[in-house]
Design a protein around this ligand. Structure first.
Ligand SMILES: [Zn+2]
Length: 181
């Protein structure tokens, strides 16, 4: 459950069957998180929040909710752009180079640009919309080559090279960007 709070922004409420009381913490994104006993209603959760407002303010290193909202808005825009672009670019390059994949997924992991799973699903990070097109294409070609080689062997890199002769440079340049949004 998510509570919208004037002061703290979106508060993530997790129900924990083992917990007897309420615990406040900070999630990885800097949001306020609460752990409550499983039967807790929204009304009750709000009351806990209200009662502990002072304590939370003093004790927890929360991110500024305005910054959080700005980040969420940016992510939404990026997701929309990615949805209108990445699946089509993937399809285009796959056709061009003769690959067949099963599905395209969009991700927003913080650590990887893309992945290719054994069931031939290719995941592409929406953060790719923030990098130059040649680097985007390099990531797509990299994942397509994984359809034939599920490793980073010499044969794999030789295949990447066939579609992107400058892949070494592209790989290096990509390190200057972060996939996290
Ligand atoms: Zn790889």
């Amino acid at each position: 459950m998510i509570l919208k709070d004037e002061e703290f922004g979106e508060v993530v409420v997790r129900k924990n069957p083992l917990s007897k009381g309420v615990k406040f913490s900070v999630s990885t994104s800097g949001r306020l998180a609460m752990s409550v006993p499983s039967g807790t209603s929204e009304f009750l959760a709000r009351r806990f929040l209200k009662r502990n407002r002072e304590l939370i303010r003093e004790k927890l290193p929360l991110a500024d909710p305005t910054a959080q909202r700005a980040r969420d808005a940016k992510k939404k825009i990026l997701m929309r752009q990615a949805r209108e672009y990445l699946p089509y670019r993937l399809e285009y390059l796959a056709k061009l180079y003769g690959y067949e994949y099963e599905k395209c997924r969009l991700s927003h992991a913080n650590t990887r640009w893309g992945s290719c799973s054994s069931n031939r699903t290719i995941s592409l990070n929406i953060g790719l919309m923030n990098v130059p097109e040649v680097l985007r294409d390099y990531v797509i070609v990299h994942e397509l080559a994984h359809l034939n080689h599920m490793d980073h062997s010499e044969a794999f890199w030789a295949e990447v090279f066939r579609h992107d002769a400058k892949y070494k440079e592209h790989r290096r340049r990509l390190k200057g960007f972060s996939p996290g949004v």
